[in-house]
Design a protein. Sequence first.
Length: 343
Amino acid sequence: MLKKMVSTLVSVCIALCLANSLNAQPSGDMPMGALQRIKVHGPSLVGNLEGDDPTRDVIVYLPPSYGEEPARRYPVVYFLHGYGLTAERFVNFVSLPGAADTAIANGAQETIIVLPDAYTVYSGSMYSNSLTTGDWEGYVAEDLVKYIDANYRTIANRNSRGLGGHSMGGYGTVRIGMKHPEAFGALFAMSSCCLMNQAPSQERIAAQIAERGDAPAPNGGFANVLSAQAAAWAPNPNRATRYFDWPYEDGEAQPLVQAKWISNSPLVMVDQYVPNLKQYTAIYIDVGDADGLSADNKRLDAALTRLGVEHTFELYEGDHVNRVAARFLEDVLPFFSRELEFD
């Protein structure tokens, strides 16, 4: 399972490097929004043992009317990028601001869009709560929301906030969404990874340790994925360097550590958060039929159906990345336009 997930995620990196093939560029007479690149300090991330900067890069899309209508307030869509990426790379992939301008020209209502950068020393935070990585759940649902509401003309109401994400960001959307219905009113999880997490094998761990010990891979990216997950799901402040536990140590299985990986799986967690999930106005889950993560996304659909949580599930023609930019324009932004409150 983990090998399949890593293989799928590697395809993300390759595809995103070539993603300029699908650009949503507005026509010359179309009203245009603007991007702002800011930094948002996160008290929830202060003291993380990895040493990642708790003041994070954040990209904010402001819709065309924002500068022209100073009394107007807007809903906000918070969007979480995938593993191995930065917010900047994801913005380029989905062609912001052009994609949002095009969606508005096609009838979507204007929203602010916020993309925090979750790239870490191990190439991704997993949007989890860990002494090692910091409390990314709190950063997204509390620190970031508080900052954006204080510094932009938002409608500061959960029913006017949406949370979405792709791949690792889809996992973050499901995870944070389950725990923080007080912050958000609608969810859109795209091609979520990590819905069911089995600990990596002893052989994979041994190979990684033999290659570079506890150090991050020098070129970053998916070579760090096991370390990123271990740091997020099995933190240990008593470790001298890496500050996390492996599910095998000195050739011996560590059942408690292995259980921690499983317990951070939304398919395991979901039954505990049914009352929270039922507070959402709308939940949308999608995945491509050729995506290696499709089976677990189908299982999440089945679990939500079993538990009586209203949601929409779509299995579309495509793989993990080849339709993401188009669906962000044609499905994600119109979804939040329909489901968020605009006054």
